[in-house]
Design a protein around this ligand. Structure first.
Ligand code: SF4
Length: 360
């Protein structure tokens, strides 16, 4: 029974057809070596129908203004208290100089929750970036930060989104979703945005014409059922608001002294990518996020359903403070060579989330 449901799900998924909930759960019933290959084959057929042999990346930089944050999420190796040795605070002049020097296509701005870089300062940063670099694609602030800005700024979430958009925000990143599980939420990140509020804020952004990404953190005590539930919640949300452009599964990085010794294995990461591609028929792009998967697994992910390698990411800090062993930035040439070696045709994309929902 379960085997035939699995086969049926693979056949439908390979054709980019919608899976029933039961079929979606059947994909992860048992991850055996044979099934792993079958998942990869179906996900590859799906991504080929959408994007052929093309694999994209963007020339981007991460701007993480400060890592000072008191939210206390158990899995976070990035956050620091004010006096911790690894605490840092960037100044506006340094950020603007870095953007001028590197000339990226996209700036991805996220940081900790604090009053050193409060809402007004972040809003002004977006405004300055927009004024000085009119062509820069500004992808900024997770739903967690939007909610924090609203609370600490005496505004509504809606006001914050409107003001950021007017200042120059083009899109929102997908971080802070973690995994849509009340059980894990209460255990690991109860001081910040709940799964329900994360979805609500993203859908609010979509309603204002702001496209967003979505993520899922996995491999820190979550179950396959919780992962599939996460995908189904996103699929349903996308049906309503049609604004998610990329889905990005994030394998947990244990870092130093964390509560789990090892993150997911590369094969588990590939299985998550493949299942995500098969279940999320209405989110156009799937990203293989190499700073957290490692470069080799990231490139392999292109054969397991992903169509995008994210970016060259100059000086990414979050994954690296969590112990990621990947290079801190990846030059264009190296990115293109990596994609070619994986058997795909590299294409540098712009930062804009211009996309058509559904099969490309
Ligand atoms: S995950 Fe984000 S909100 Fe949580 S402690 Fe780290 S920086 Fe703060």
């Amino acid at each position: 029974m379960s085997h035939s449901l699995f086969t049926q799900a693979l056949e439908k998924g390979a054709r980019c057809q919608r899976l029933t909930r039961e079929e979606a759960f059947a994909l992860a019933d048992a991850i055996t070596p044979d099934r792993l290959h079958q998942l990869g084959t179906a996900a590859l057929a799906n991504r080929r129908q959408r994007f052929g042999e093309q694999a994209t990346y963007v020339f981007n930089i991460q701007i993480n203004p400060t890592n000072i944050c008191g939210s206390g999420c158990t899995f976070c190796n990035y956050a620091a208290s004010k006096n911790a040795p690894h605490a840092y605070v960037l100044e506006e002049a340094d950020i603007l100089e870095k953007v001028a020097r590197l000339g990226p296509t996209e700036a991805h701005i996220v940081g900790g929750l604090n009053q050193i870089w409060p809402y007004a300062r972040n809003l002004e940063l977006v405004r300055s970036l927009r004024q000085r670099f009119p062509g820069l694609h500004i992808k900024c602030y997770t739903a967690v930060e939007i909610e924090y800005f609203a609370k600490t700024g005496g505004l509504s979430d809606s006001d914050v989104l409107d003001q950021l958009k007017a200042a120059g925000m083009d899109a929102m990143p997908g971080g802070g979703a973690e995994i849509f599980s009340e059980r894990l939420y209460r255990q690991h990140w109860k001081n910040k945005t709940s799964p329900k509020d994360w979805v609500r804020i993203h859908q609010m952004a979509h309603g204002k014409g702001i496209p967003t990404n979505a993520t899922m953190l996995f491999g820190f005590g979550d179950t396959w059922v919780e992962r599939i539930q996460h995908l189904l919640i996103l699929r349903e949300a996308q049906e309503q608001s049609r604004g998610f452009a990329y889905f990005i599964p994030l394998p947990f990085q244990p870092g130093a002294g964390n509560f789990i010794e090892k993150g997911p294995t590369p094969l588990e990461t590939l299985a998550v990518l493949a299942i995500s591609r098969l279940v999320l028929d209405n989110i156009p792009h799937l990203k293989s996020y190499w700073p957290m998967t490692g470069l080799a697994t990231g490139a392999a992910g292109l054969s397991w359903g992903a169509d995008d390698m994210d970016g060259t990411i100059s000086e990414e800090r979050i994954a690296h403070l969590a112990g990621a062993a990947t290079p801190v930035g990846l030059a264009r040439e190296k990115m293109e060579e990596t994609i070619r070696t994986a058997g795909f045709t590299p294409m540098e994309r712009d930062g804009a989330f211009s996309f058509q929902v559904g099969v490309a």
